[in-house]
Design a protein around this ligand. Structure first.
Ligand code: PLP
Length: 370
């Protein structure tokens, strides 16, 4: 019996649905990771990722891991025991960054904000100047709360203080424009399963020269062999493609197709499409009693955090279950402190479309009436 899974409309915090062209690309005949035919695809992927991240960084690559592995790579390479690291925490993924940095021996200081609000940029700046950390890290698109964090001023202060600036772009890449070089971001990572609309499994990431210098100057080797940038450099950093580990060929071929689709659409149009879908969703949800958690200025278009009406709160898990079983639609529960009080509705990549929004609104209206 072949393995069979149901068709779902994936409107949670990721993964999102994959375009048929990406699925077809992934089903291409397998070639080896040292085959020049694959290297041409990898070259294309790296160049398109540079474009999408807004960077000239040579070390821009699809890491063979999920978004959490990209996070891990940033701290494993930049942190040595005893280093001071400042993390902006306004949700679950900022929390995770603090924990990852701590495990590499960092002395972590956190600047926090209430769930659903952005970090105070002045508070971050004051903490950077006082602490003089070696690394400053924040999440651009906090998937647990739906907040878009303004990063440019924080990045500038971090640079002025001599710190490396790390940015989590897991949910923002390919949904919002990124300008790593213009903003002064030294290291950034993402995931393929959100606005790129690929299956999970790769972490597109980018590391600037200041990071590579930091790695060179370490007093001890990077503690994780698999994510050591000085070793990954041989395969991903130059045309020589010296073996490090077996690259996930089919996943990278799928990413190549997804990136072509993103470029063909253009980031401006893509951002506008995400914003229009989000506005349609929120307008349709308001009469059903669902209100946005985040103020308009900091609201993410691809991840809509909505407060549940009182009539739904006590039965939200059952309602999500019915959306899944009867309508084939997945929406996300609240995470961390917001569990039980919000839903997270993802309109990511291929799913940021009016007909998708309308399908969810119809299904929800039916369930609430029934
Ligand atoms: N960072 C953010 C902002 C995320 O949304 C996620 C996943 O949802 C991660 C990191 C972790 O990525 P992954 O689940 O692909 O390991």
């Amino acid at each position: 019996m072949p393995i069979s899974l149901p068709e779902r409309l994936l409107l949670g915090p990721g993964p999102s649905n994959v375009h048929p062209d990406v699925r077809a690309a992934m089903a291409s005949p397998l070639v080896g990771h040292m085959d020049p035919a694959f290297h041409r695809v990898l070259e294309e992927v790296q160049e398109r990722l540079r474009h999408l991240f807004g960077t000239e960084n040579r070390m821009t690559l699809p890491l063979s891991t999920t978004g959490s592995g990209g996070m891990e790579a940033c701290f494993a390479n930049t942190v040595e025991p005893g280093d001071r690291v400042l993390v902006g925490v306004n949700g679950v993924f900022g929390e995770r960054m603090s924990e990852v940095a701590r495990r590499y021996g960092a002395e972590v200081t956190r600047v926090e904000s209430d769930p659903g609000t952005a970090l105070d940029v002045d508070e971050m700046a004051t903490a950077i100047r006082r602490l003089e950390p070696s690394v400053v890290a924040v999440v651009h698109a906090e998937t647990s709360t739906g907040v878009c964090q303004p990063v440019e001023a924080i990045a500038r202060t971090a640079r002025e203080a001599g710190a490396l600036f790390v940015l989590d772009c897991v949910t923002s890449l390919a949904g919002l424009p990124l300008r790593l070089d213009a903003w002064g971001v030294d290291a950034a990572y993402s995931g393929t399963q959100k606005c790129l609309s690929c299956p999970p499994g790769l972490s597109p990431a980018s590391f600037g020269e200041r990071v590579l210098e930091r790695v060179k100057g370490r007093s001890r080797p990077v503690p994780v062999w698999y994510l050591d940038l000085s070793l990954l450099d041989g395969y991903f950093g130059s045309g020589d493609r010296v073996y490090h580990h077996t690259a996930p060929v089919s996943a990278i071929v799928g990413l190549a197709e997804a990136l072509r689709r993103v470029e063909a659409e253009g980031m401006e149009a893509r951002e506008a499409r995400h914003r229009a879908a989000s506005a349609r969703l929120l307008a349709g949800l308001a009469p059903l009693g669902f209100e946005p958690l985040v103020d308009e200025a900091h609201r993410l278009p691809m991840l809509n955090a909505v407060c549940l009406p009182d009539t739904v709160r006590g039965r939200e898990a059952a309602l999500r279950g019915r959306l899944l079983e009867r309508h084939g639609i997945e929406v996300g529960a609240g995470l961390g402190k917001l569990a039980g009080s919000i839903w997270r509705i993802g309109l990511m990549g291929e799913n940021a479309r009016p007909e998708v929004v309308d399908r969810l609104l119809d299904a929800l209206a039916q369930e609430l009436a029934g």
